[in-house]
Write a protein that binds this ligand. Structure first.
Ligand SMILES: C[S@@+](CC[C@H](N)C(=O)[O-])C[C@H]1O[C@@H](n2cnc3c(N)ncnc32)[C@H](O)[C@@H]1O
Length: 248
């Protein structure tokens, strides 16, 4: 997992070994870093958006490789009917797969910088026949504008993003750029749900997103499928925090 608190623990059926309270263990270390050095960075750089699928990896019909225009065209066609739901940082896809089952009418696009996670999420979808779930490899700040026509998404989710504790990684946090990308993709009134176990990071994101002038705060949904990280947090008794923003 890219989260620098975690080792290889984010396997879907991983059960936490003990009552680890991640928030309490790490929250004191969350710092805001102001200044030009924290302008948002594109994970993997712009170069990744030009790369083809590595030859050792098999193509999947619902995997978008931004460097392969045919996969973008396929996704645009495949995602064009039914409400469109986006997730940034889908990990292994537990949440998106849960939502795909609950919302067969919808089309779901998960964005994930780790190619292996994209493939695992798609395999999971294949196991239960969720042909409405697509994944795109790469930083969502680049992939969403490449795939999603402006103003067409009904919902978006940004769930338990990496807090990127260290100054040298803080440019990867979600701020005004991600807020703008998601606002451009969402239809007016479209809902963005943010969750975190690191309350100051959630507050920082909500402030940065609302400062763009593109969102209004609103009621958060009560029940959603759990993410992999959330499942671990719930089992460990760790408090989590949710906010919802609505596209103006
Ligand atoms: C801490 S994990 C959480 C995964 C999942 N949402 C969960 O709750 O289990 C964050 C995930 O977001 C991905 N990620 C981070 N920044 C991203 C970005 N800018 N675009 C797409 N994916 C990103 C990471 O690779 C990682 O899989």
């Amino acid at each position: 997992m890219a989260d620098d608190r975690e080792g290889p623990a984010l396997e879907p059926d991983n059960v936490p070994r003990g009552p680890e309270n991640y928030a309490e263990r790490f929250i004191k270390d969350f710092r805001e870093f102001n200044g030009v050095d924290v302008d948002e960075a594109i994970i993997g750089g712009h170069i990744r958006a030009t790369l083809a699928l590595p030859s050792r990896i098999e193509h999947h019909p619902r995997l978008v490789i931004p460097g392969e225009p045919a996969t973008i065209a396929a996704a645009r066609a495949g995602l064009s009917t039914g409400p469109l739901i986006l997730e940034v940082g889908s990990g292994l896809g537990r949440f998106l797969n849960g939502l795909a089952l609950l919302r067969p009418d919808a089309r779901l696009l998960g964005c994930e910088t780790r190619l292996g996670f994209c493939i695992k999420a798609l395999r999971k979808a294949d196991r239960h026949g969720a042909t409405n779930l697509w994944m795109t490899w790469g930083d969502a700040r680049l992939t969403i504008p490449a795939i999603v026509p402006p103003g067409t998404a009904a919902e978006a989710y940004l769930l338990y993003p990496d807090p990127w504790w260290k100054r040298k990684h803080a440019r990867r946090r979600h701020g005004a750029l991600m807020a703008t990308v998601l606002a451009d993709a969402l239809a007016p009134g479209g809902r963005l749900v943010l969750k975190s176990d690191v309350e100051p990071y959630l507050q920082t994101m909500v402030e940065a997103f609302t400062e763009t002038g593109r969102y209004d705060a609103g009621p958060a949904p009560l029940e959603l499928p759990l993410t992999d990280r959330e499942l671990r947090l719930v089992r460990a008794g760790t408090k989590t925090f949710t906010s919802a923003l609505f596209r103006r």
